[in-house]
Write a protein that binds this ligand. Structure first.
Ligand code: PA5
Length: 449
């Protein structure tokens, strides 16, 4: 049994149980394509087994290297983009006390680079690092992605100036392909410690490989617990395709049915700001996996109750193309009761003695009822707490559901051909060697426009 529960009580006005269970045959087919590794993109199914065979040698190595970094660095810069950083960030941000992050009390403080090309962001990061003891983890499966490559070039220069080349090399760990790519060459040349991104695992499915596990261990997360949670969900997902017993299959079946009924946008909702980056990871997982061949649900995310005061109006009364998937955290990490106030000038005494969590839960229920009245179907995912085990379950739940959903639509969920379009234009505009024809064509095009 998984501790995560998937519920569809707030869907039943939109889809009957009978209609949901009509999806069973299609799910059976997609499930067997996945577990028998016979579907599209089957060379990228390594993620299915990542939590299963706990590789003690690898985990011990990660823990040893993490301890070294934790001892020597007050700040660790994680360089990566997309699937090479979002999974780690999602879990780190979920588990880090919010004010330790901004107040600098987290040890080490984790900061990010190479996930954008902003000059100001990177200049300010370098300035910040001038006075800090720091180390770098650079992650790129291909080893050639422009954003992390440029960030690493800037940071490598900075760290070498600060500590000298030899000590700088002790403060850098690379996570990349085992044999090819520019980052592999740099790693060999400078003697950095390194980890290999498995060939059979794409970026957005790689959080349970060293891509995610190394930064997570450095940030102080219990990676073995995360893997135990993921392994439990894996067991449930592989054991059966039954919509009654496999929560990821049930979620995939329902979201596909809603899509076919014209619900084109899925909004992932949370009521815990700690989950903000989890939703960023989720958006990438589903967006990059499903959005192909003019198909795919558009993945959006909101943080409630904050965004009820911005996006709430649209969700309640805008275009009726939405559905929501709400993550509920059953047990908060802290106790906080609303105090009684003699004057009661704010009129809040009617809530005195209740926990803030209870009020948040009533906001969630009230919102679901309002949104379903407004023709927005709601699905619910319940996790017991924000801890490594629950997050491990949640990661695997979404990965498995995403793969099934892709197969239900008939696309290959494991490639991302569309990402090349902007890169080709950027390389042509920047006159990258090898892009001479494209450079000429794009220059003509922009001169004509
Ligand atoms: O999910 C993916 O495959 C992508 O988001 C990649 O992770 C991202 O483009 C970064 O690629 P790389 O790790 O090769 O630098």
């Amino acid at each position: 049994m998984t501790s995560l529960r998937f519920r569809y009580d707030h869907l039943l006005g939109f889809l009957s149980e009978e209609e949901i269970f009509l999806m069973q045959n299609e799910i059976d087919v997609s499930h067997s394509l996945l577990v028998e590794k016979a579907g599209k993109g089957n060379e990228f199914l390594g993620w299915i087994d990542l939590p299963a065979h706990s590789d003690d040698f690898l985990l011990n190595r990660i823990e040893t290297d993490s301890r070294l970094f934790r001892d020597k660095a007050g700040v660790v810069v994680i360089i990566g983009i997309g699937g090479s950083y979002l999974g780690a960030r999602a879990v780190i941000e979920a588990l880090s006390p919010p004010f330790a992050k901004s107040g600098g009390n987290a040890n080490p403080l984790i900061v990010y680079a190479g996930h954008n090309l902003s000059q100001d962001y990177h200049a300010e990061l370098l300035q910040f690092l001038d006075t800090k003891e720091y180390a770098i983890v650079v992650i790129s499966k291909s080893g050639t992605t422009t954003e992390p490559a440029l960030a690493f070039r800037l940071l490598k220069k900075h760290i070498e100036m600060k500590y000298g080349k030899e000590e700088a090399a002790n403060r850098i760990i690379a996570v990349t392909d085992g044999s090819k790519g520019a980052l592999r060459s740099l790693t060999e040349k400078h003697g950095y410690k390194s980890y290999v991104v498995p060939d059979d695992t794409g970026g957005r499915f790689s959080v349970l490989s060293p891509v995610g596990l190394l930064p997570l261990a450095i940030a102080g997360c219990d990676i073995k617990k995360l893997l135990r949670g993921a392994a439990q969900m894996r067991k449930a997902c592989l054991a059966t395709s039954s919509l009654q017993d496999n929560p990821a299959a049930c979620y995939a079946a329902i979201r596909s049915s809603l899509y076919r009924l014209g619900h084109q946008v899925e909004i992932l909702v949370n009521y815990e700001p700690a989950l903000h980056y989890f939703a960023e990871w989720w958006k990438q997982l589903f967006g990059e996996s499903e959005g192909k061949e003019n198909e795919g649900l558009f993945p959006a995310a909101v943080d409630f109750t904050s965004d009820l005061h911005s996006m709430g109006q649209y969700i309640q009364q805008g275009q009726r193309i939405l559905f929501e998937t709400v993550i509920h955290v059953e047990k908060p990490g802290h106790l906080l009761t609303i105090p009684f106030d003699d004057a009661d000038l704010d009129g809040m005494n009617y809530l005195a003695g209740k926990s803030l969590h209870e009020v948040n839960a009533m906001a969630a229920l009230g919102t679901t009822l309002a949104h379903t009245d407004g023709e927005v179907p709601n699905l619910d995912i319940l996790i017991p707490a924000i801890d490594e085990y629950s997050l491990g379950e949640l990661v695997y739940f979404f990965e498995f559901a995403c793969a099934l959903s892709g197969y239900l639509t008939g696309i290959n969920p494991f490639n991302q051909p569309g990402v090349e379009a902007y890169k080709n234009n950027m390389f042509a505009l920047l006159a990258k060697p090898g892009y001479e024809e494209e450079t000429e064509a794009i220059r003509e095009r922009i001169n004509e426009e």
